[in-house]
Ligand binder design. Sequence first.
Ligand code: BGC
Length: 371
Amino acid sequence: MSKNVLFKLLSLLVVVMMALSACAPAADDQPSSELAVGIVLPTKDEPRWIQDETRFKDALSAAGYDVEILFSQGDSSQEKANVESLIAKGIKVLIICPQDGSAAAAAAEAAREAGVKVISYDRLIRDTEAVDYYVTFDSIAVGAAQAQYLVDHASGTGNPLYLYAGAASDNNAFLFFEGAWNVLQPKIADGTFVIKNSSEAVALQDKATLTRDEMGSIIGQITTNWDFNTAKTLAESNLTAASAEDKGDVFILAPNDGTARAIADAFAADSDVSSYLVTGQDAEKASVQYIIDGKQSMTVFKDVRTLVDDAIAAAVTFLEGNTPEASTSYNNGAIDVPANPTVVITVTKDNVKSALIDSGYYPASDFTGLQ
Ligand code: BGC
C-alpha cells in the first residue's frame, strides 16, 4: 500500500471516528433515541445485499457506532415506511438503495422535507431533485467488462448470442445494458455475433447508440427482473424456441451472478448446447464457486467494502456540513446527481485467487477446488 493511500485511509478513519463519536451517545449521557444515519437496502433475498449489510456492519461496528439498517423486501411501500421510521428517529443522513428507482422518489422527497441529506446507494433514485449524492460503481464499465469478455473469447462469425438484462425498475439495468451494447454492437454489426433471443435487439442492431426508450424496449423482452426463477424460465423458453443450429457454442450476456447461475443451469441442461460462456457480476460466493468449477465464465467484482467506505465518508461529510467531492454526475431524469464512481474488476478462473482471496475479500476455506 502506498504511503499516500495509507495516509488517505488513516485520515478517513480519523474523520469517521470523530464524526461517529460525535453522533454516538457518550458513555455517561442518557442513551439518545436520535440516530444520525439510517440505511435502507432493497432485499434480503439476494446475497448481494446481504454482502452490503455485512460490510456496513463491519465498518460501523469497527468505529463503535450503532446504525440502523432496514430492508424493503422488494416492496416500495415498505421502503417508504422504512424511510419514514428513520426520519422519525431523527436521522440526518439517509443512505438508500432503491428497490424501484422512480417509486423511491417519494421517500427521498419526504427525507428532503425533513432536512435529511439523501445519498442514493448503488442504484440511482430517479425523477426527483431530492437526491444529494450518488455513491456507485461505474455501472457502464460493468456492462462493458461483461461484453468485452464475450468479445475476447469469440472467433469467426455467426456465434449465437443470448442477451439478458436486469429489472427495468432499476436504473442500473440500463447502465449495464448500455455498457454492454457499446462493446457488443460493433461485433453484432460485423457478424461475429448473431442475436438469438430478442427481436427488439435484432431490430436495433445497426444502431451504435440507443436511446433510453430503445433500451427499454429490448430490456422489456429480455428482463430477468433480477429474479433467479424468472431468469431460468426465460432461458428455458428461449432454448425451447431456438433450433439446434441456434445453439452449439453459445455466448450469454447475463446481468448478474444470481441470474447467471440460473441461466447457466438452463443452458447446461440443453443437449444441443455444446459449450457456453456466461457473464455475471457481484462476485457472490456461489458464483465464485461456479467459476472455480467452470460453470460460470466470469464475474465483475464490485468491492462492496469500497462502496460502504465511500457511503460512510459521504455521510460524515454531510454531517460535518460539507459537500462530498464528485468526479462526475448521473442524470436521474430531473437533475444531474453528483457522484464519484468506483472502478470494477473482471474476475475469471485465472485471477479468482488473487482478486478475491489474496485481497482478503473472502477466506479460501469458503471454496473447494481452489488452485
Ligand atoms: C446492483 C447489482 C445487483 C442487482 C440485483 C443492481 O442494481 O448494482 O449489483 O446484482 O442490482 O440486485
